[in-house]
Design a protein around this ligand. Structure first.
Ligand code: HOC
Length: 404
């Protein structure tokens, strides 16, 4: 099988070369001038590990507890849509890899397979379900009950993508890989989705004719009778895409909507996309069970605060009442360790596992998880710590200032 490089840059290069132009642009790209993506990486450099020798770091323990389950590692596979772009088996291969390593797989609403099939691929392994809060609450209810029946253990509500961000790389390529990736298989497997009214709102055309999702989707679908979106279109592709986007988008979502969700599931709910301490406090007050500090890997807002810079404030605001998880930019064991020191209970890994998937399917995802785990274990020990419970900000020099 194809070799999966250990070095993060080499991993990315090899995977993007294998995926090819359109898919590579979609996965690797971000919002606007990609300043948020750059800021996410740069933030890791402002926090430095301060090694503490002579502390017997044999017998290390990387386990973390989340919602009553002890995980062998403080890692989760982030929810990522349209994985079919990276590999034919998409979410199924990634879910099997996560299960083999004992870490949660967070299945995306935008998955390339029905959520039940992904649950099957997880076997006895932990799985969480990520929800895009559709404009149709009946679809939200349906996703929730399907997720509960399929044995998902938590719901992750992504709050920063109620509309798709401005992504120049994809706009210039007409979002072809996104549509080709069939990232709506999970929707198509939902009976409520099929019953929703044929016309759905007006998402708005792209301001520049010739560019953008709606226009390019229409062109693509006319040339491509096999695309599942076509089944919804009853002859008119543009109408089908417009309908899907109207169902997907929920720009009017507010804090007042959260009780709707709270009342409809017994599963823990985590809000993903929290950056402001005040929002973190509100999440806890609204009865949420966890928050995920994330800027969606820099894919939504250009020039946003680096997720790592937002983490300490969120952790302070939450004050240990619910777990805080971290997402956006983790590429190495040292990155994960810094997030754990700044208050994260565990971290989500995104693009790196897509790269492993693109290169070697399930085995490639396992390689990425194992490399990250080994790097984290070694770095933890060399920095002078034996378990995650020992970690806090005193293990870091922040912006050049030594602790204590
Ligand atoms: C039209 C809806 O999380 C990403 C995904 C978003 C997919 C939603 C597409 O690309 O960041």
């Amino acid at each position: 099988r194809r070799r999966v490089p250990v070095a993060p840059d080499a991993l990315e290069r090899a995977a993007l070369a294998r995926m090819g132009g359109d898919a590579a642009a979609y996965v690797a790209g971000g919002a606007g001038m990609e300043r948020t993506m750059a800021a996410n990486r740069a933030a890791f450099d402002r926090y430095r590990l301060v090694q503490r020798p002579l502390r017997d770091v044999s017998g290390r323990d990387l386990s973390a507890e989340l919602f009553g389950r002890r995980l062998p590692l403080p890692l989760l596979l982030a929810p990522i849509g349209v994985l079919e772009m990276a590999h034919r088996q998409a979410d199924l291969a990634a879910a099997r890899a996560a299960a083999a390593e004992g870490i949660p797989f967070i299945a995306s609403s935008q998955a390339s397979h029905p959520l039940e099939a992904i649950a099957g691929a997880c076997g006895a392994g932990p799985r969480w379900f990520q929800l895009y809060w559709s404009s149709r609450n009946e679809l939200v209810e349906s996703f929730l009950s399907r997720a509960e029946r399929a044995g998902y253990e938590a719901i992750v509500v992504t709050l920063d993508t109620t509309e798709l961000g401005w992504r120049p790389r994809d706009l210039d390529r007409g979002y072809l890989p996104f549509l080709r990736g069939r990232g709506i298989a999970n929707y198509l497997s939902d009976p409520v989705f099929h019953r929703l009214p044929a016309e759905g709102g007006a998402p708005g055309e792209h301001p520049r004719p010739g560019l953008g999702l709606l226009r390019s989707a229409a062109e693509l679908l006319r040339a491509w009778p096999g695309n599942p979106l076509r089944a919804l279109a009853s002859g008119e592709a543009l109408r089908a895409v417009r309908r899907f986007i109207a169902i997907y988008s929920r720009p009017d979502l507010t804090w007042d909507d959260l009780p709707f969700l709270r009342d409809r599931t017994r599963l823990p709910i985590l809000l993903k996309g929290i950056l402001h301490p005040e929002d973190a406090r509100r999440a806890v007050e609204a009865g949420m069970d966890g928050v995920i500090v994330s800027n969606h890997g820099g894919r939504q807002v250009d020039g946003a605060v680096a997720a790592l810079d937002a983490l300490p404030g969120v952790a302070d605001a939450v004050g240990g009442r619910v777990p805080v998880l971290f997402d956006s930019g983790v590429r190495s064991g040292a990155d994960a360790l810094k997030a754990l020191c700044l208050g994260a209970r565990a971290v989500l890994v995104g693009r790196p596992y897509v790269y492993g998937l693109a290169l070697a399917g399930e085995a490639g995802v396992r390689d990425v998880i194992r490399d990250l785990a080994a790097d984290l274990d070694l770095t933890l020990g060399l920095a002078g710590h034996r378990s995650l419970g020992e970690l806090d900000r005193s293990a870091l020099a922040i912006g050049g200032a030594m602790p204590g």
